[in-house]
Unconditional design. Structure first.
Length: 166
């Protein structure tokens, strides 16, 4: 069962239950985003060699702008900080599936876009590159998939977003 915003007696309701093809697509998008984020947590929190390489490469790049330490442990964009944000986005979006609260899905999608836009930027405009440690671009393609999924969720919830913004 899925939810969508409605108007009741002139008052805005957070959700209504409705099971449709669109609802199944929304569920699939939430599950995909959450899967990508959650499966990467082990690498980020266990300080895996891949994670060390990625964040060391980014920090070396940042050092060229006199902002070294941003991506190292303890830095504002360290692996654990990014992993924590991904975990929050995943939990918020998954909670929307169980509670039916559309605003959780919207908030999670917005957070996902913010996180993954940074990842895509760093793949494209830093020495990190699209292909990381001979992965054939898989990490980058998954990031693009998350971005497209989150944007699609926001598009599908556009009526809800319009209602809360007006």
């Amino acid at each position: 069962m899925h939810t969508d915003p409605i108007m009741t007696d002139g008052k805005f309701c957070l959700y209504k239950h409705r099971s449709t093809k669109t609802s199944k697509i929304k569920i699939a998008l939430v599950v995909y985003i959450s899967f990508v984020f959650i499966q990467s947590l082990f690498y980020k929190f266990a300080d895996a060699p891949e994670t060390q390489y990625i964040f060391a490469t980014l920090d070396a790049w940042a050092t060229g702008f006199n902002v070294s330490g941003l991506f190292l442990p303890g830095g504002i964009f360290s692996a654990k900080v990014i992993g924590s944000a991904e975990l929050v986005a995943s939990c918020v979006m998954l909670a929307s599936l169980f509670t039916g609260l559309v605003y959780l899905r919207v908030a999670g999608a917005l957070l996902s876009i913010a996180i993954i836009s940074g990842a895509i930027f760093f793949h494209l405009f830093t020495p990190l590159g699209v292909e990381v440690l001979e992965d054939g671009g898989l990490l980058f393609m998954m990031a693009c998939g998350v971005w497209l999924s989150a944007v699609s969720l926001l598009f599908m919830e556009r009526e809800f977003i319009k209602k809360i913004l007006t």
